[in-house]
Design a protein around this ligand. Structure first.
Ligand SMILES: [Zn+2]
Length: 293
C-alpha cells in the first residue's frame, strides 16, 4: 500500500488553541517504495474464523484463526481432516479419506504471528462426504462461533432448536439436538468467558466498587477452603436514597442458572414517585437461615 507523507515547515507561531498559526507544506510524497517482505505483510489480513473462501495466498492473523477457519470450512463442506503437521511455524492438514488428494498447507510469515496459505487442493478423491460426518468437538466450536451474534442481545431468545433450524436452512447442516445445545453453550462461553474466571475476579471487582462508591457496604464471605460462599452489595446511592423512600422493604430471591447455581437475594423499596429503588443484593448458596443473616 502506498503512503502519503506531508512535510511541514513550521515557524513556531502558536494560536490560543495551541494550533500552529501558519505553516508551509513543503511537498507531498506518494508511493513510498516498499520491500518485497512488506508487500507480503500488506495483503488483506484475515482476522475472523469464518471466511467464505479459503485460497492460496491468503494471510491470516495467527495460527489460532487459520485453524478455526479450517474447522469452519470442514463443517461447511461436510468432511473431516486430520493433522499432518502442526507447530509454531506451520499448520498442515489432510482429508481423513483414504488416498484422498485434499490437502492444506500454511506456514508462518517470517517471524510474525501471521500465517499464509501456501498450498491448497480443495478437490476430494474420497467418497467421505456426509457419510462419517460426526465430529463432536469441532462442530460445537464452529457452530458456536457462528451463532455468537444471536446471543448479544439478552432480549432475544435463541434456543438449540433455533440453531438446528437455522443451520439446516442456511448451511444445509443437520445437527442433532445435543450438538446444537453444545454449540449454544460454546457461544455463551465465547461471550461471557468461563464462570470460574468470573468468580475469581469477584474480589477485585468488589474492592474497586467499594473504593469508587465511598459509603457502599460490600462484603464477600468465603468458605474455610477459600471458595466463594456469599457476596453482599449495598451501593452508597441506595443507602443515601433510603431516607427519601417509603418505609417498606421488599425482599425476594431468584435462582441463578449458571454452573455454580446459587440464589440471588434482593431488597428493594419504593420512592415517593412510585419508582422501585434497589437497596441491596446478595448472592448466596441457598435461601437458608445462615445465608439470610
Ligand atoms: Zn477427502
Amino acid at each position: 500500500m502506498s503512503k502519503i507523507a506531508i512535510m511541514l515547515q513550521l515557524n513556531d507561531n502558536w494560536d490560543s488553541f495551541v494550533r500552529y498559526r501558519d505553516f508551509r507544506i513543503d511537498g507531498i510524497l506518494i508511493d513510498i517504495p516498499t520491500s518485497p517482505e512488506i508487500v507480503e505483510y500488506e495483503s488483506i489480513i484475515i482476522t475472523e474464523n469464518t471466511p467464505t473462501v479459503i485460497e492460496v495466498g491468503q494471510v491470516y492473523k495467527d495460527k489460532k484463526i487459520i485453524a478455526s477457519a479450517m474447522k469452519h470450512y470442514s463443517v461447511m463442506n461436510k468432511f473431516q481432516f486430520r493433522m499432518k503437521r502442526s507447530s509454531t511455524r506451520s499448520y498442515c492438514v489432510v482429508c481423513v479419506g483414504e488416498d484422498c488428494t485434499w490437502h492444506f498447507k500454511s506456514t508462518i510469515i517470517n517471524d510474525s504471528a501471521m500465517f499464509k496459505v501456501r498450498k491448497f487442493n480443495s478437490l476430494h478423491a474420497c467418497s467421505l462426504m456426509d457419510n462419517t460426518y460426526i465430529h463432536r468437538k469441532p462442530t460445537s466450536m464452529v457452530v458456536g462461533s457462528m451463532v455468537i451474534p444471536k446471543y448479544g442481545d439478552p432480549k432475544i431468545v435463541y434456543t438449540p432448536k433455533d440453531i438446528q433450524t437455522d443451520m439446516l436452512c442456511v448451511h444445509d447442516l443437520s445437527l442433532i439436538y445435543m450438538q446444537a445445545w453444545r454449540a449454544k453453550e460454546k457461544a455463551l462461553e465465547f461471550l461471557r468467558g468461563d464462570p470460574a474466571d468470573s468468580y475469581s475476579r469477584l474480589p477485585s471487582y468488589l474492592y474497586i466498587l467499594e473504593k469508587t462508591y465511598l459509603g457502599s457496604v460490600v462484603k464477600l464471605k468465603k468458605t474455610d477452603d477459600n471458595c466463594f460462599l456469599y457476596a453482599f452489595v449495598a451501593m452508597s446511592m441506595s443507602i443515601n436514597g433510603w431516607k427519601y423512600c417509603r418505609p417498606v422493604v421488599v425482599v425476594d430471591g431468584t435462582f441463578l442458572k449458571s454452573v455454580y447455581m446459587g440464589i440471588m437475594l434482593t431488597a428493594s423499596t419504593m420512592d415517593a414517585t412510585g419508582s422501585i429503588l434497589p437497596l441491596a443484593y446478595a448472592v448466596v448458596d441457598s435461601e437458608n437461615e445462615a445465608s439470610w443473616k
